[in-house]
Design a protein around this ligand. Sequence first.
Ligand code: PLP
Length: 429
Amino acid sequence: MTDNAWDNLQRGDSEAIWHPYAPAVGGPDVFPVVSASGVRLELADGRQLIDGMASWWCAIHGYNHPVLNRAVESQLHAVSHVMFGGLTHPPAVKLAQMLVKLTPPGLDRVFFSDSGSVAVEVAMKMAIQYWHGLNRPEKHKLLALRNGYHGDTIGAMSLCDPVTGMHYLFGDTLPKQLFAPAPQCSFDGPCTDAEMAEITTLLSDHSHEIAAVVLEPIVQGAGGMRFYSPEYLVKVRALCDHYDVLLIFDEIATGFGRTGKLFALEHAGVVPDILCLGKALTGGYMTLAATLCNERICSGISNSEAGAFMHGPTFMANPLACATAIASIQLLLSQPWQRTVQRLQTELAAGLAPARKLESVAEVRTLGAIGVIELKEPVDMRVVQPLFVERGVWVRPFGKLVYAMPPYVMGSADVATLTAAMVDVVAQL
Ligand SMILES: *Cc1c(COP(=O)(O)O)cnc(C)c1O
């Protein structure tokens, strides 16, 4: 494409489009992508960028993958969409069976929705309707963790970190939830009883009004890219059982291998009552999410006044998305993905290690296919974003965090280029 095409795209975009977390007018420049293949994004001027973000952690197999392309194409000729009220279809049935089989025993029922935030809303509604069914409607609050992130819709937002989640902007519209401190224990370390003191007090004081504890297991993602001890999850499960509160795990970011286990909950061997999946579910091809729950939830909701679970998105269980998810999961499981994620962890750790010596860096950490440089000060995106593009990589920092969550198909040389660019750019700040 010509310079003109680039300019036209940028101008057209700035005139008509709103970008995430950006002002309508006067936001930073956006970069036009015209195609993508493997781990490379091609810009409108022909430049290629190594994608360190996997499109917000979704595109685990990279772009334009022949297996996923074929899945979309063949489903397209069967049925691209059909309503899910009163009807079902083969991709939904097969995908639900796969998810039930891959997740821990007990999580046996699947509710499909169209995005991660909605999967979280569904989980919240399941928990609230469950307690209605048990004639305890006063148990309708959620207990979430500081530094958490669960999505951008009103309900999901009410669970996000109350400070960085910008709760003050939405006033009384947001439901008021309870918040426990973010886990401080490291991934490799123990989780002491002292660490559990505050969440224990919250549960013992408020369990009469709490429907569920909701958290991101092992990795708190968009709320800070923080990793914590599996022991914390074991202790939270015990507290939930003791205080008769449900447990919801949001594995929208961690599911499908990102932390080195298929699901992060496997690090702890802990099973929640409700599990949210999204992001990498379709390998980044289409928007699809799922909320799984156990028999206890199903029967509780069946006993509720409504007798049914009261939710039903228009695009629920979209056949194209379900067919792609089946292909993506089969593709993942057909290869030695644990070894791949382990290799990425080793290479990310080695590549980012030099950043430890930099004055501006607070911490460097890696877990699975996640590599994080935490700075002492927030980055200026207007300055940083073009620096990455000039180096031929796509990295999108937020706040103090410069991180990579690459597609699993990224080769060693590209990881080296990606991490060197991250260290370089951070060194320049
Ligand atoms: C991204 C994310 C969500 C929200 O998913 P969307 O598809 O963006 O609505 C929820 N929870 C976690 C942990 C996430 O990482």
